[in-house]
Design a binder for this molecule. Structure first.
Ligand SMILES: [Zn+2]
Ligand SMILES: [Zn+2]
Length: 345
């Protein structure tokens, strides 16, 4: 089969190569024939060397859907031919962390696909812990409808959940990229009263506006965000979701939160950030951070099936799998008009 391999010692660092089709290694495994995948910013982070745990010479990719080709003996919930979305995190469901729902820190799993074990940017992939990791795609929706369930939609939901949203809340979402927009969708699902979208990219704000994802759309190039938030909320945003990941947005996240508010950080930073604790003393904020615990895939699939969530608008560009190198180049260099690329197999 063809597979996209990451090799830090070669130039370019990614190449489409012939590779042996994966086999079942454990009784909990499933082999999936990939039908659609996407490129995630985390894939770029691996190529750029920002993910220390990433193994060399692996197949990249962790955001995808497909059809089950084979299952191990212990896989009871799924069978050959099932259409499934796959959680970006494989997890055992038995360890200390899994029992608490903290699957990102599963001692036997976590984010491994396309990072420490072979990922989905290949014609076939081996998925460990298939009973926990797969979600059946509802009969009334397409593969495309389900493409983001296991990664960015879960991340948006995780960000919204971190904020313990109440029905009176104003939620500010910093970053109107794919994860930020998913966070807006999920904040609304979780009953936020008012949502404020913030981004320096007007095109992305316009898309959020067209999709009715928020009530206010603020661009720091056009206004002073802190002043605008005060006008809208009096004391500041009840909760802030930081989905952008720069020094400026990190600072903005605690500045626009009201006293006793919650700042939920889903962004992945490329460098350390600083909190000016003397200046913040008395603001009594709660910070929550981290990589997604993607434990709500079934609920999200259900919401898509019922027509309450549709993320198709995030797919702005499509490529054939044979052109995946071009897709990477395009995704990396067209941050202005490209939200997500969809790779068709
Ligand atoms: Zn990802
Ligand atoms: Zn576990």
């Amino acid at each position: 089969m063809k597979a996209l391999i990451y090799d830090k010692n070669s130039n370019p660092k990614i190449t489409l190569k012939e590779k042996q089709t994966p086999e079942i290694l454990c009784d909990d495994d499933a082999i999936i024939k990939v039908t659609l995948s996407s490129i995630c910013t985390s894939d770029l982070h691996i190529i750029e060397g920002f993910v220390p745990k990433a193994k060399n010479n692996i197949v990249l990719g962790h955001e995808f859907v497909g059809i089950i080709e084979k299952t191990g003996k212990n896989v009871k919930n799924y069978k050959k031919g099932d259409r499934v979305s796959v959680n970006c995190e494989t997890f055992c469901n038995k360890c200390f962390f899994c029992k608490k729902g903290y699957i990102n820190n599963c001692i036997n799993g976590g984010w491994n696909l396309g990072c420490t074990i072979n990922g989905c940017q290949a014609e076939y992939i081996r998925v460990p812990y298939a009973n926990n990791t797969l979600t059946k795609i509802a009969d009334n929706i397409t593969d495309k409808n389900a493409l983001f369930v296991g990664d960015i939609l879960s991340s948006g939901y995780f960000g919204a959940k971190m904020c313990e949203i109440e029905s009176t809340d104003t939620i500010a979402v910093i970053g109107s990229g794919p994860v930020g927009m998913c966070a807006m969708i999920c904040a609304k699902i979780l009953d936020a009263k008012t949502i404020i979208a913030i981004d320096i990219n007007q095109n992305r704000l316009n898309i959020a506006k067209k999709e009715k994802l928020a009530n206010y759309f603020l661009n720091p190039y056009d206004c002073n965000i802190e002043n605008e938030i005060k006008k809208i909320t009096t004391f500041g945003a009840d909760k802030v979701i930081e989905a952008a990941g720069t020094k400026d947005t990190f600072e903005l996240s605690w500045k626009i939160a009201r006293p006793n508010g919650i700042v939920g950080i889903v962004a992945m930073y490329e460098e350390n950030q600083t909190l000016p604790l003397p200046q913040m003393y008395g603001k009594n904020l709660t910070f929550k951070t981290g990589g997604v615990d993607a434990i709500y895939c079934k609920e999200l699939m259900d919401l898509i099936s019922k027509g309450k969530i549709n993320t198709d608008f995030l797919i702005t560009h499509e490529f054939e799998f044979k052109n995946i190198i071009k897709a990477y180049e395009f995704f990396k260099s067209n941050k202005n008009d490209c939200l997500k690329v969809m790779i068709k197999y």
